[in-house]
Design a protein around this ligand. Sequence first.
Ligand SMILES: C[S@@+](CC[C@H](N)C(=O)[O-])C[C@H]1O[C@@H](n2cnc3c(N)ncnc32)[C@H](O)[C@@H]1O
Length: 415
Amino acid sequence: MRVTVARVGQLGDGIVQAEGGTIYAPGLLPGEVAEGDLDGTTLTNLRILTPSVHRVRPPCAHARTCGGCLMQHADDGFVARWKEGIVRGALEGQGLEAPMLPSVTSPPRSRRRATLTGRKTKSGVLLGFHARGSDTVVPIPQCQLLHPDLIAGLPALESLVRLGATRTQEVQLTLTRSLDGADVQVTGGKPLDGASRMDLARLAEAQGLARLTWSGETVALRAHPRQRMGRAQVTPPPGAFLQATEEGEAALVQGVLAALGPARRVADLFAGCGTFALPLAERAEVHAVEGEAAMVQALERAARAAVGLKRVSAETRDLFRRPLEPDELAGFDAVVMDPPRAGAEAQTEVLARARVPVIAYVSCNPASFARDARVLVAAGYALDWVQMVDQFRWSAHVELVARFTFAKAGPARGM
Ligand SMILES: C[S@@+](CC[C@H](N)C(=O)[O-])C[C@H]1O[C@@H](n2cnc3c(N)ncnc32)[C@H](O)[C@@H]1O
């Protein structure tokens, strides 16, 4: 059948509006004319007859086999506009619109953390990403996403797979670049005993790993794997959340600083290890709130050791169950909020009543962001702008920072 693609859907497939309903054309771009065979609602064996001007040759040698990247066939400008469209669509769904600041996309080869899958085979080991929708593990030695330091760490991961995986059991290996070398976390591997602990410690030494954690147990700590956050240096606990690229983190911090302006007392909610709290503390007093105690401890330790920061306090607290209440928010002139994908429904309800003058909202999920934005706008906040920060280039993942300011003349609200 011959089709013309109308648009690209949220998961990266070309969408065709046919008489019988929606047809999905994987890997196609808007305006492209193609022929293919219909399998259910998906077109297969696609032959492109008229390519889009935004079509480019995928820069990665693994693009055909690896499931890691969806959009390598489109130029950067197209991908940025597509992702902005996803944000706009989510806002429109809640009856909202907002000016969009220019997107910032992290460059290729900048991911500082990746989780790979490893498995033993008859002849050796397989290490890589899963192929799209499949159990097959695809090796990715020329991956265009990962920072060269992560690529350089792949042989060490292969050695770990050799030691700790089986032919039937996959292991997940999270490799993080730090100031002190590779920080590696392995889950799903064989249970540890005395001999394997020794083997793993020797391997960490031989491969120069800063830290090696196996099923939650730190089996080697040659150096505390530090991350720079402003002028502070943090050692995150194993597996702790970290922004995916340094460039993305810098853009998000810039966005948050621009949103907050001259705020003097800031609450940083869902603070992690201090990505925003620590750079912010160079100009404002910060109270950081985070659900994971180990991350709060890492943040506090880093704040104490850093020179020249304003006062930093921190609190471990479940903000879904126990959001900061209006009386606790009263002393702050701004809030930074960077919740997980679920968003921050409970905290947003309280913020809507508390009327903190400025909110910088960082989100990795346009749907929950738009839902929370609607609550704030209904309470009299203005959504001043939204900026996309794309740390996951070539994927369907969307990340953004937005500024809300309380408009004093807004509608009355129930307390
Ligand atoms: C998207 S991360 C952002 C972390 C940090 N702002 C950063 O940029 O590195 C979300 C954070 O929210 C924390 N979190 C998840 N659920 C939470 C909850 N119910 N209460 C408080 N914090 C929570 C996670 O541990 C994680 O650190």
